[in-house]
Design a protein around this ligand. Structure first.
Ligand code: ADP
Ligand code: ZN
Ligand code: ZN
Length: 689
């Protein structure tokens, strides 16, 4: 085929991150192809999936080179909508990645891997059309606060920040808002983003109950490739009316999008930590703007970015301060650990309160953000500690299988019989993890009995829920079901237990040792801790029958800290105001914008040399004088799996100035060749600096 009678199209394919091939590639097609069309094209010796980006402008066509022909068009699949291509384009530009890399990563893997015949077979199995949504479950009538929020969503433009207390019925607002959009347009679709689907199977169940299983599809990394393709095709061809998914779902192709919801919008898991390091929350807001559909961000503890966006009038705040029914927020009790006997794990008053709950047949939830038995094992005679030989971190002692495990690189060994340093047999755990807390509580409560259903007394049931106990498939769901069924009296766990669960019989929540966040070098640590404690408190007293007695206990060495003062009053606005004042004065986000370049190398010197060269190469690129480059520093976790890590911070009070600088800097970074450097990446709007 010659360039003169064919059509030149520019196609995006998955190009390696630093190949320099960041834009679309030209191909020759026998017929005109619309933007968004899926096809297979040759790339080197392989044949890969591509997306038509645009027709090549005439003045470039045939300019001295012949393009390779398209291998096949996937005509059975409708072209991706223009808004989808715009979203991908924006993401690639904003987060400094290749457009093909972003586009192809946003498509289900099977679409990339199956050939045309295999795909055609899959497509036959996916139903098409827009079945009308029928009313399996009508739901409770909205409360006045819920109705107020719904009216404003129906009337205004947004984006909306639904600032609703835990248990105020935010989910019901999402359901009703979706219902309205779907009822008005027989083909409309709603996208609902959640931080973690597996942690909150209840939410998916509520959407399925309300809209019927045939209309709701899930989209997350826990699906098999075949399931993901099926969900994606159902969404793309308009059959699925509701897509409920994790951050990746923000890229789902939805031809008739009518509403976007981001539940628990403050959750850090909305930020992707590899490849294109996008924030699904921020992209959801952008997508809403591109497609002129309302966006609802919901949280009891919004991110300070979103809160500030309300203060400055960019977002509209919808408030639902009351819990549904007579449910009250728990009373917060601070335990001053300075007043407790040395080495106290659980204060006697707290234990007593747990005992009272058990006697009444109520549940308690105790959380400690550290799994394993103890974070370090140490020799009592010399200075040996359970360092990981490959990381700048300690290996954690897991008592159940008597191992030392590195939580960063996975390196695992049996606990040594004697100290590897001096031969002393007396090596002891330092600090506490959830395993130890569970053991301790089981011992302390072993004498206590609970009332059984038949009036007879029974032993107390203590259970633990963390990444170790929920690793097996289905284990998490089984454990949650046990708690809901009342088969557990005291649940011990990591922050996993504080997320979104609608536990009905929990009347006591305790944070055993939350203080570490107060000393963190990460300026977002207080914001995260406050959100975590408020979410944890939100698990207690959700049922009006027990709400009066519900309590949130916090053991702390800093009972006078303003964070705890605000927590006592459940005063998120007060906390946010004081944090934002500090951030404004110190020139920190959301008042400035940041990007990081992170480098990984064999040696710390090499990582820093790369960043130093990057910095030198960046000087003079910023014409505005508004972009500040800091010096390269080792990352706080400096070495992981024998790889040294360093980072360089770039900052500006102007987002456009930072964006311009990053775009100009990209080719400079691409061209750097520093010996010993393994990887580098730009992280725009990083969550941890
Ligand atoms: P949130 O998401 O704000 O934590 P949920 O939406 O889970 O709160 O609501 C808490 C509980 O209140 C749920 O059990 C829910 O079914 C119930 N609920 C929500 N709205 C209403 C309502 N208008 N009338 C009665 N119960 C409601
Ligand atoms: Zn020793
Ligand atoms: Zn390690």
């Amino acid at each position: 085929m010659s360039a003169s009678n064919g059509h030149r199209v520019r196609v995006v394919v998955a190009t390696p991150a630093h190949s320099g091939l960041r834009g679309p590639l030209s191909y020759e097609s026998e017929r005109a192809l619309p933007p968004g069309a899926l096809l297979r094209v040759p790339l080197g010796k392989r044949e890969v999936l591509g997306v038509v980006w645009d027709a090549e402008p005439d003045d470039d066509a045939g300019a001295g080179f012949t393009a390779r022909p398209v291998a096949a068009c996937l005509d059975e699949i409708a072209p991706l909508p223009a808004a989808w291509c715009q979203l991908v384009d924006f993401t690639a530009n904003y987060y400094q990645r290749g457009v093909g890399e972003v586009a192809l990563a946003a498509l289900p893997p099977q679409l990339r891997d199956l050939d045309g015949t295999q795909l055609a077979r899959r497509l036959k199995k996916v139903a098409t059309g827009h079945p009308a949504v029928r009313g399996a479950d009508v739901g409770p009538p909205p409360s006045p606060e819920q109705q107020g929020a719904l009216d404003r969503i129906a009337a205004g433009d947004g984006p909306f920040l639904l600032f609703g207390a835990t248990g105020s019925g935010k989910t019901e607002v999402y359901l009703r808002a979706a219902e309205r959009v779907l009822a008005r347009d027989p083909a409309a679709q709603a996208l609902v983003l959640v931080p973690e689907i597996n942690l909150t199977p209840q939410l998916l169940a509520r959407f399925v109950d309300r809209f019927g299983a045939a209309h709701v599809v899930a989209m997350h990394s826990g699906l098999t490739p075949a399931q993901r393709l099926r969900s994606w095709l159902a969404a793309h061809h308009g059959h699925a009316r509701i897509v409920l998914g994790t951050r990746m779902a923000v890229f789902t192709s939805l031809p008739r999008l009518g509403l976007i919801v981001v539940d628990e919008e403050h959750d850090p898991s909305y930020k992707q930590q590899e490849g294109a390091r996008y924030s699904a929350r921020d992209l959801a807001v952008l997508r809403g703007r591109l497609e002129t559909v309302p966006v609802v961000l919901g949280s009891a503890t919004p991110s300070l970015e979103s809160w500030q966006a309300c203060e400055s009038g960019r977002y509209q705040r919808l408030e639902m301060p009351s819990r549904i029914g007579a449910g009250a927020l728990p009373r917060v009790r601070l335990v001053d650990m300075n007043q407790q006997p040395r080495k106290t794990l659980l204060a006697p008053a707290l234990l007593e309160a747990i005992g009272e709950r058990i006697a009444r047949g109520e549940q308690s939830l105790i959380f400690l953000n550290r799994r394993g038995y103890a974070p370090v094992l140490a020799c009592t005679a010399c200075d040996w500690k359970s360092d990981c030989p490959h990381c700048s971190a300690f290996r954690v002692f897991h008592k159940a299988d008597r191992t030392l495990r590195c939580h960063h690189c996975g390196y695992t060994e049996r606990v040594p019989r004697a100290c590897p340093g001096c031969g002393n047999v007396d090596i002891a755990p330092l600090g506490r993890g959830t395993e130890q807390l569970e053991e301790h509580l089981s011992e302390l409560l072993s004498q206590q009995l609970r009332p059984g259903p038949d009036g007879q007394s029974r032993p107390v049931r203590v259970a633990r829920m963390d990444a170790d106990t929920t690793r097996a498939k289905g284990a998490l769901e089984a454990q949650l079901a046990q708690v809901h069924a009342g088969e557990v009296d005291v649940l011990v766990g990591t922050q996993m237990v504080t997320k979104g669960h609608d536990f009905r019989r929990i009347t006591l929540v305790a944070a055993v040792n939350p203080d570490t966040a107060l000393y963190s070098s990460d300026f977002r640590a207080p914001e995260r801790l406050f959100a975590l404690l408020m979410q944890a408190a939100g698990r207690a007293g959700r049922d009006a029958a027990h709400a009066d007695a519900s309590q949130m206990w916090v053991q702390t060495w800093n009972p006078g800290h303003p964070l705890f003062t605000a927590l006592r009053r459940h005063d998120y606005p007060g906390f946010a105001a004081s944090q934002l004042r500090e951030r404004r004065e110190a020139g920190m986000p959301p008042f400035v914008f940041q990007a990081l370049v992170r480098a990984e190398a064999r040696t710390q010197e090499a990582a820093q040399a790369f960043l130093k060269a990057a910095r030198e190469g960046g000087e003079g690129l910023d014409a505005t004088g508004q972009v500040m480059l800091y010096s390269a520093v080792p990352m706080s976790l400096q070495r992981v799996a024998n790889v040294e890590r360093a980072q360089l911070l770039v900052e500006s009070a102007s987002r456009p100035a930072l964006q311009h600088f990053l775009a100009a800097w990209q080719p400079v970074l691409q061209a750097l060749r520093t010996p010993g450097v393994l990887r580098w990446a730009v992280d725009v709007d990083p969550l941890a600096v």
